[in-house]
Design a protein around this ligand. Structure first.
Ligand SMILES: *Cc1c(COP(=O)(O)O)cnc(C)c1O
Length: 283
């Protein structure tokens, strides 16, 4: 149904391919410029961001620290086990402490505790992260020169902002929100775009009806769609972002809401390490 092609960031080189890698390369370059060789960041026990940070740290010989939300004594997830194996120092903090991760005073404490270091926000959602994602626009141009309708899943909006900033007004970028009721997302994307002061920005929009129950939640329909998609296409998805993206496209083409004769380019943003948290996918 329809003419959908995929740009697969999930199968590049590296230990942890996907959009998080692009957000991190800008941050690594900045750390190196400043002569800092330890990066500290935040995430949950299945964070794709911390997984990618641990991987690129190992690849590039930088020390990494992952501050993890949740119980001190919880067993390691497969994500944390990988991160440790790649040399990341894991620091578990309470949910109360984790909630302070945006407070300047707390960040100053963290900065001092692991000094000399660079603190990267959760999800890699800073200006260097937006800049790094402009490289995804180059991949769009080389992979599918004729593609003009680009779709991707959205968490913080950093990747969408970087992509839109790397494309021109002949493109149309559509983001599928993975979170329910993320009413500030458009504002965050606008701020991210302002921060990088792009010359041209592709028109973009975010659709908010495809979260399937909320962040990291799934519905029976989503699960059935993903299992069938994987069986038919032989392409792995994960339920937090990429499954919701493909399911949103499928539903809109099937219902006639979107025309099936317009070619669409969907970006597979990776995150496949997270599949291990979903037993129903691993059978
Ligand atoms: C983090 C993530 C996203 C969302 O990226 P943002 O830049 O936060 O919008 C999308 N897909 C995958 C697989 C991710 O890990």
């Amino acid at each position: 149904m329809g003419k959908v092609s995929l740009l697969r960031l999930d199968s590049g080189g590296g230990l942890a391919p996907g959009n998080k890698y692009f957000k991190l390369i800008g941050n690594l370059a900045e750390a190196k410029r400043n002569g800092v060789n330890r990066l500290v960041s935040f995430g949950g026990a299945w964070s794709n961001h911390l997984h990618a940070l641990a991987a690129v740290g190992a690849e590039q010989g930088l020390a990494t620290v992952g501050i993890i939300r949740g119980d001190e004594d919880a067993a390691d997830t497969a994500m944390i086990a990988d991160a440790r194996a790649w040399g990341m120092q894991i620091v578990r903090v309470s949910r109360t402490e984790y909630r302070r991760r945006l407070e300047p005073a707390y960040l100053a404490d963290v900065q001092q505790r692991f000094a000399p270091c660079m603190v990267v926000p959760e999800g890699g959602s800073n200006r260097a992260g937006v800049r790094g994602c402009a490289a995804i626009a180059d991949l769009v141009r080389t992979h599918s020169p004729a593609a003009r309708h680009i779709l991707l899943p959205v968490g913080t909006g950093t990747t969408l902002a970087g992509l839109a900033a790397g494309l021109d007004s002949t493109y149309e970028v559509t983001g599928i929100a993975a979170l329910k009721g993320a009413v500030d997302l458009e504002h965050r994307v606008e701020q991210a775009l302002a921060a990088v002061a792009a010359n041209t920005v592709a028109p973009w929009r975010i659709l908010h009806e495809d979260h399937c129950g909320g962040f990291a939640r799934t519905s029976a329909e989503l699960r059935a769609f993903m299992l069938e998609f994987e069986a038919v296409q032989g392409i792995p998805l994960e339920p937090v972002y990429t499954g919701k993206l493909l399911y949103a496209i499928y539903r809109r083409l099937r219902s006639g809401q979107w025309r099936t004769d317009i070619p669409l380019l969907a970006i597979h943003t990776g995150g496949l390490q997270g599949r291990r948290g979903y037993p129903w996918l691993e059978g």
